[in-house]
Design a binder for this molecule. Structure first.
Ligand code: PSV
Ligand code: MN
Length: 424
C-alpha cells in the first residue's frame, strides 16, 4: 500500500493552526532557525530491514499481523514511514535475510518511494539451510581456514549485492568470540579475523566504506573478538582509510560513556556510523529515546560538535541507522517513534549555545557548563522538528496519521494476519 499525498495534506491542514501557534512561540525565543531547519530537513535515518517485523526474544516471538513477507513489502513499509516523516529515506539490508533476486526492479521500486540503499549487512552469525560449514565456533576467527574462507566469500557476495543496489557501505558484525576461558587463543582469533577483514577490504569498491561493529557480549559470554571500540578501532586502523568503527548504542557494558567514545572516534576520523536503539540492561534493542533520552542528547552534543570542528556534512558523512526491534509494539509505530526521538535529540544538540559552553569550559565554570547543556536538553523541540517535516511535505503528527488512516489494518487485509517477516 502507498499513502496518498492528499491524506497527508488534509491531516496537516487540520493540525496547522495548533502547530503554527506552538512554532511561533518557539521561534519567538530562538531567533533565526533557518539553518537548523535545513539541517533537520536533510537528516535521514536508515531503517533496518529486520526491524519491520516483530523482533522476538530468545524465548518467544509474538509476530504481529500484516508483517512484510518479502523484500518488496519491506521496501513498501519503509516507503510508508518515509511518506509520513520524510526522514526515513533509506533501508539497510541484511543478507541473506533479504536477497535482492532482481536488483533492478527492487531498485526502481525503492526509488519511486524516495528510498535509497544504506549499508548492507553480512551474516556469519547464523548457519543457513544448506550451508557447507558451521559458524558454531565463529566465522572470521575460526581455527579452520575453510570456515574463514566461507565467511570471507559471503562478505564479498554481500558487497556485490550492495553494488547492484547502489549501496556504498558494508557493515560487518561478528558474533565471534568464546564462551569459556581457555576456549580461544585471543591473539590467533584477532589475527585470523584481521586477515579475513583484509581480504574483504580488498573487495571494496573505491567509493565504499566498511563499518566494523563491536559488541561487548552475546552470543558469546566470555570473550568477543570485536568486543569494544578499542578493538574495532584497531581493526579499522590496520585495515586502512575505508574502514571505520560502527557504534551500536546497545553494545556496551553498563554505564559506558558512549558520548566520550563518539568524541574520540570522530577526532581520529574513524567513526563510520551508528546503530540507534535504547537499553536498560544490555542489547535490549528498545525504541530510541525510550529509556535514556539524556544520554542520546549528550551523544548528539558530541556528534554535532565533533562534526562541525571537522567541517563534516551532518546528513551524509556518517551512516545513520536504527537497530531496534522487539515483541510488543507495532514495528512501524515503533520506528516512527525512534526516528522522532533521534530528530528531537539532534535538534536539541543544534540549539546548544556552543560559544558560551566553550567559554564556560575555559573558565572551569562547571555549573555554567551543566546549565548550558541542560537548557538545550530541556527545550521542547517538537514543534521545530514538526516544522521541518511540514516543509518537506511530511505529516505534522506521523504516528497519529498512521493510526487514523488505519495503515496496519490495511496491511493486514493485503497481506493476511499470519505473514511473518524474515529476520531474527
Ligand atoms: C547484533 O546484535 C546487531 O546489532 C548487528 O548490527 C546485527 O546486524 C543486528 O544486530 C541484527 O541482528
Ligand atoms: Mn547493530
Amino acid at each position: 500500500m502507498q499513502l496518498e499525498k492528499s491524506r497527508i495534506e488534509e491531516h496537516n491542514h487540520n493540525h496547522l493552526r495548533d502547530h503554527q501557534r506552538k512554532f511561533d512561540f518557539f521561534s519567538s525565543s530562538h531567533g533565526n532557525l533557518e539553518n537548523i531547519l535545513k539541517k533537520l530537513m536533510d537528516f535521514q535515518v536508515a531503517i533496518p530491514s529486520w526491524a519491520l517485523g516483530t523482533g522476538g526474544t530468545r524465548f518467544a516471538r509474538f509476530s504481529g499481523a500484516g508483517e512484510p513477507g518479502s523484500l518488496e513489502e519491506k521496501i513498501d513499509d519503509v516507503g510508508i514511514l518515509h511518506a509520513l516523516n520524510q526522514s526515513s529515506g533509506a533501508i539497510s539490508l541484511h543478507i541473506p535475510w533479504d536477497i535482492p533476486e532482481n536488483a533492478a526492479s527492487i531498485k526502481s521500486r525503492a526509488s519511486k518511494l524516495g528510498i535509497k540503499f544504506d549499508a548492507v549487512n553480512s551474516n556469519t552469525f547464523q548457519d543457513q539451510p544448506g550451508q557447507k560449514l558451521s559458524y558454531k565456533f565463529g566465522s572470521l576467527q575460526h581455527v579452520d581456514k575453510s570456515v574463514r574462507k566461507q565467511a570471507i566469500d559471503h562478505n564479498i557476495e554481500v558487497i556485490k549485492y550492495g553494488i547492484e543496489l547502489g549501496s556504498s557501505a558494508l557493515t560487518v558484525w561478528l558474533a565471534d568470540g568464546s564462551c569459556f576461558p581457555g576456549q580461544l587463543n585471543f591473539r590467533n582469533a584477532f589475527q585470523n579475523t584481521l586477515s579475513g577483514l583484509q581480504e574483504i577490504y580488498q573487495a571494496l569498491p573505491n567509493s565504499w566504506k566498511v563499518f566494523v561493529e563491536y559488541k561487548a557480549f552475546e552470543p558469546n559470554f566470555y570473550s568477543t573478538t570485536v568486543g569494544d571500540w578499542g578493538q574495532s578501532y584497531l581493526y579499522a586502523s590496520k585495515l586502512g582509510p575505508k574502514a571505520f568503527t560502527l557504534v551500536d548504542l546497545g553494545h556496551h557494558l553498563p554505564n559506558a560513556n558512549i558520548e566520550q567514545i563518539v568524541s574520540l572516534l570522530l577526532m581520529e576520523s574513524k567513526l563510520g556510523g551508528f546503530h540507534f536503539n535504547d537499553s536498560k540492561y544490555g542489547d535490549d534493542d528498545l525504541t530510541v529515546g525510550s529509556i535514556r533520552p539524556y544520554q542520546l542528547f549528550l551523544i548528539f552534543n558530541e556528534l554535532v560538535e565533533g562534526m562541525d570542528v571537522k567541517n563534516m556534512n551532518h546528513a551524509n558523512d556518517l551512516g545513520w541507522m536504527i537497530d531496534a526491534s522487539h515483541n510488543v509494539k507495532d514495528p512501524l509505530e515503533d520506528l516512527l517513534q525512534s526516528v522522532e526521538a533521534i530528530k528531537i535529540a539532534y535538534a536539541q544538540a543544534l540549539l546548544i549555545d556552543r560559544k558560551s559552553l566553550t567559554e564556560a569550559q575555559q573558565r572551569n565554570d562547571v555549573a555554567a557548563c551543566q546549565e548550558i547543556l541542560q537548557e538545550a536538553f530541556r527545550t521542547d523541540t517538537r514543534s521545530l522538528v514538526a516544522e521541518a517535516r511540514l516543509r518537506k511535505g511530511a505529516a505534522l503528527k506521523p504516528l497519529e496519521l498512521f493510526r487514523s488512516l488505519k495503515v496496519r489494518e490495511q496491511l493486514i487485509k493485503e497481506r493476511g494476519s499470519n505473514r511473518i517477516a524474515t529476520g531474527l
